[in-house]
Structure formats: structure tokens, C-alpha cells
Design a protein around this ligand. Sequence first.
Ligand code: ADP
Length: 169
Amino acid sequence: MTAIYPGSFDPLTNGHLDIIARASRLVDHLVVAILQNFQKEPLFSVGERAEMLLESTSNIANVEVDSFSGLLVDYADARSARAIIRGIRAISDYEIELQMALINRRLRPKTETIFLMAGEEYSFVSSRMVKEIITLNGDVSSFVPPTVAIRLLRKMKLENRPPAAASAL
Ligand code: ADP
């Protein structure tokens, strides 16, 4: 059975990796698919995000990294995937995830969405928080794989970003 784990992965976090490891043990083939979202301004290009995913999942044999645009259910069809994997961190994720799962079911009844619970040690980790912490010169090494931490630091130096003026952190 092939399943798709779609997301922005901008950047990949240890929470995403936890879901990838769990899903890879459930299915024969797991396609981690980077959504090319033209509305959001990403920090990392799709190519950079794919490299970070490849570097961090090279030890898991049945994981493939790909990218897609357009409707997720069309992409799932094209990849002959019967299931979509999504991660749930807290109740707050559930509402939007439920809505997306039900829409996808209406669009393609044969494609099932499978929710996996994040490990509790990652349940508060999000790409958005990681980006905010690095912008404020904080240490993100416990939230992301080493390759991501290095690339985040490099990107901040390249862009020579001044610390954000105000933040909740
Ligand atoms: P989005 O599609 O909202 O940009 P992300 O790329 O951040 O989502 O995440 C893709 C999927 O991974 C979503 O199902 C999201 O709920 C899940 N996810 C994100 N962070 C974590 C985490 N720390 N633990 C478990 N699942 C997570």
C-alpha cells in the first residue's frame, strides 16, 4: 500500500520526522510530498526542502520524497496512493484537519485519510515557531534535524536579518 504524507515542510521538523517514521512502519511505500503553494512565501525553495527531507530520511528504505501542485487527491491518484497521512498535534489541529479530510473524501471517496498522533515531545513543534525562534537568534537544534539547523543558520546569515522587533517569544 502506498500513502502520501503531504505538507509544506518549510522547514522539516522533528515532529514531521516522527510522523514519517511512524507512517513508514505502517505502509509499504511512503511518498513525502512537498506542496508547491504559490500563495505562501516560503523560507526555503522546494529544492532545498526536498534536500533536507532526503538527507534526514536516507535511513528509511521505503520513503520517497516528491513535490506536487494542484489537488492532493489528483496527485494521490497519479501516484496510485490509497491513503493520505496527516499528523495531529493538538485538538486545535483536529478541526482544520477534519475539514480537509472530509473535503478530500467528498472529492475522492476511495482515498482514505489516516491521522497519526505526534509523539508528545514534538506536539508543540511547528515550522512557524522554528522560523520565529531562528529569526530571534534562538537555538532550534532540539526541534529540527541537524541538517535543517545548519541550513537555517546559513540562511539567516545570508539574509543578514535583523532580529524581529516584537514577538510573543
Ligand atoms: P501545512 O500543510 O499546514 O503547511 P506542515 O507542512 O507544517 O503543514 O505539516 C504537514 C503535516 O504534518 C500536517 O498534518 C501537520 O499537522 C503535521 N505536523 C506538523 N508538525 C507536526 C508535529 N510537530 N508533530 C506531528 N505532526 C506534525
